[in-house]
Write a new protein. Structure first.
Length: 132
């Protein structure tokens, strides 16, 4: 089982605990992250972090360190890019999650459209909030 992902912002001190049998991946962030979510394809040059699982993408998003995400839908076994988009949607309506940039690079046309539908709905919500 994969361990949690923790992003440490430069100049910030964190205390880490360790559970028996678990590991934690730590990333030292030099600024906001541009995430490439894909379990197979190499990362595009305009991104600065390659994430291969939905869980790690959600860990990063929950820490507020992501300014952009490029989605693949099919991520091997387990959760998909669509699950990540749904997590973002829940976070927006639960606690005013900030706008992030996004695109979809998935080769799965049905999955890609499902992600786009969620994220386009969120763009509309963010636009509405920015006008008020």
């Amino acid at each position: 089982m994969e361990g949690p992902l923790l992003v440490l912002s430069k100049g910030t001190t964190y205390s880490l605990g360790k559970s028996q049998g678990s590991t934690c991946m730590v990333i030292i962030a030099q600024g906001k992250l541009k995430v490439w979510l894909d379990d197979e394809r190499p990362m595009r040059e305009d991104c600065n972090l390659h994430v291969k699982t939905a869980r790690h993408a959600i860990d990063l998003l929950s820490q507020g360190e992501v300014e952009y995400i490029s989605f693949d839908h099919d991520l091997g076994m387990g959760k998909t890019g669509y699950d990540v988009a749904n997590w973002i949607e829940e976070a927006v309506f639960r606690n005013d999650f900030p706008r992030i940039g996004w695109d979809v690079h998935s080769a799965n046309p049905v999955g890609a459209q499902r992600i786009k539908t969620v994220m386009q709905r969120l763009d509309q919500e963010w636009d509405k909030r920015e006008k008020t």
